[in-house]
Design a binder for this molecule. Structure first.
Ligand code: SAH
Ligand code: SF4
Ligand code: F3S
Length: 475
């Protein structure tokens, strides 16, 4: 049965639009009086899902009559969208919020809001309440659509606000989005997670899985392609379980094949997939598609079956290898990337060797590796922890091995013609332009300003573990 209860009722969205209009009128009056618009700054920590949410927060701010700016010093409204995935992410967010105290001293009319995964946790909401009294309002991930109302209430009543979490986490359609890029776009297709991996905070701060309907997703992607977007990433914490939660008569593979029919010069990506839900149908759709990039991000987390079980991942190394082998059979040139956690509670030297063995067997193109970080309220935080020195030493060994593998994997690409999407002048290397291949590998070359946001043909003359270096060639 289709569960329409996942979707935020239209009236709720309309109610927020009324708050947007009120704020807009007030901010327009400010413009008439001062000759400048009030300014908003949105700062984002965490994953692409959070970046996509921030594009909504910016879109809402813009609709409310704020000019979006790139620095907090200039802002009349600061929104900090936080992450809770590891201790480090939380500490960074708290430290930044701490630094904003002096901005408030300079501009007493400044409004500071903190939202996102970190403050969806009750203990962190309380931290803000008691330790950061100059923060004006706090809201969690279930209340993003309520941002206009919260801002209005704060301005009207002047009191600090701590928005309680909604009873249900719902999909809000029709909120304005202000996209950061004019050629790469995020499209959230599902939200939340049901998996409760034993180390992970996400299910506690993002609610249960819920999917958007196919029609508005197709409409959004069509519009992006028509506007010239070249790289569109479908997002979900567990994107390949799309549709299952809502009882839709279609699944993620069906969504992909529908999107692939959209005509145009663009590529589709998706993340993140869970190995337990990665089926052959999905891989077949990918292999037969015109627009889906041959890149699969498939977090393995560990190469030890004992640890995978303790992590509550619902697959073993054999199942993982089965997916990899099928993928390579259907798409020999596919790029495979993964996430690995080092030093999960109870990880023995033998378990860790299992992870290294899997790295050698699979030969990932790239890895995002993390040292396990205990998250309050998750089962793994109560298990016996691996000492920090052992975690660090294993982490270094993992990076060294992966460095060798990635370097070797990149060598055969030298000399091949590759299509890359150019990102403009490189931030790290201002003499060169950078771009990404279909497999999401970074490349460097000498470009011209018009290359930014365009596909260019490229041939590498050198490769290391992190990137390919070469020349743009005429099409
Ligand atoms: N939903 C995605 C991504 C989750 S967060 C998925 O399931 O793959 C991204 C990555 O952060 C995870 O894949 C995991 O490798 C890492 N991660 C999550 N919780 C962590 C923790 N407590 N400590 C260290 N790394 C963690
Ligand atoms: Fe976290 Fe696991 Fe859900 Fe990914 S699948 S968000 S790691 S609980
Ligand atoms: Fe962080 Fe929340 Fe994403 S915890 S990784 S911002 S889902």
């Amino acid at each position: 049965m289709i569960n329409k209860n996942n979707i935020l009722p239209r009236e709720e969205v309309e109610a927020q639009k009324a708050y947007i209009a009120r704020m807009r009128a007030e901010n327009d009056a400010y413009l008439a009086e001062h000759g400048v618009r009030r300014k908003a700054f949105v700062l984002t920590f965490g994953c692409q899902q959070n970046e996509a949410d921030s594009e909504k927060l910016s879109g809402l701010s813009e609709a409310m009559g704020y000019e979006i700016v790139g620095a907090p010093e200039d802002a009349d409204l600061i929104v900090v969208n936080t992450c809770a995935i590891r201790e480090h992410a939380e500490q960074k967010a708290l430290s930044i919020v701490g630094q904003y105290k002096h901005l408030k001293a300079k501009n007493p009319d400044l409004i500071i809001a903190v939202c996102g995964c970190m403050v969806t946790q009750e203990h962190r909401k309380n931290d803000i309440k008691f330790r950061y009294p100059y923060v004006d309002f706090v809201f969690g991930t279930s209340s993003i659509h309520r941002f206009p109302q919260l801002l209005w209430d704060k301005r009207e009543k002047g009191k600090r606000l701590y928005c309680p979490e909604e009873k249900e986490y719902l999909v809000a359609e029709g909120l304005p989005i202000r996209r950061e890029s004019d050629y790469r776009a995020w499209v959230s297709v599902m939200y939340g997670c049901n998996n409760f991996c034993s180390y992970c905070i996400v299910p506690y701060v993002r609610g249960r899985e819920r999917s958007r309907e196919m029609a508005p997703i197709v409409a959004e992607v069509k519009e992006l392609v028509a506007r010239g977007y070249k790289d569109i990433t479908l997002l979900g914490q567990n994107v390949n379980s799309y549709g299952k939660d809502s009882g839709y008569p279609y699944d993620f593979a069906d969504l992909l094949s529908e999107l692939d029919k959209i005509e145009g010069d663009y590529q589709l990506r998706f993340m993140t997939s869970h190995p337990k839900d990665a089926d052959r149908k999905l891989i077949d759709v990918m292999a037969d598609s015109k627009h889906i990039a041959r890149h699969f991000h498939l977090p393995m987390q560990s190469g030890s079956d004992t640890i995978l079980k303790a992590m509550n991942r619902h697959y073993d190394t054999e199942r993982y290898l089965g997916i990899v082998d099928y993928m390579r059979k259907k798409m020999p040139d596919v790029t495979i990337t993964s996430d690995i956690i080092v030093g999960f509670p109870g990880e023995t030297e033998e378990d860790f060797e299992g992870t290294l063995a899997m790295l050698r067997r699979v030969e990932f193109d790239m890895l995002y590796s993390f040292i396990y970080s205990a998250r309050k309220g998750t089962p793994a935080a109560e298990m016996e922890q691996v000492p920090r020195e052992i975690q660090n030493a294993r982490f270094d060994r993992l990076l060294a091995l992966q460095g060798e593998i990635a370097k070797a994997k990149n060598q055969p690409l030298v000399g091949q013609k590759l299509r890359v999407l150019c990102d403009g002048v490189s931030k790290n290397n201002p003499n060169l332009y950078s771009g990404r291949t279909e497999g999401n590998k970074i490349v460097f070359f000498e470009g011209v300003p018009e290359d930014r946001g365009q596909f260019v043909d490229f041939v590498a003359d050198r490769a290391d573990a992190f990137a390919l270096y070469g020349k743009k060639i005429a099409k």
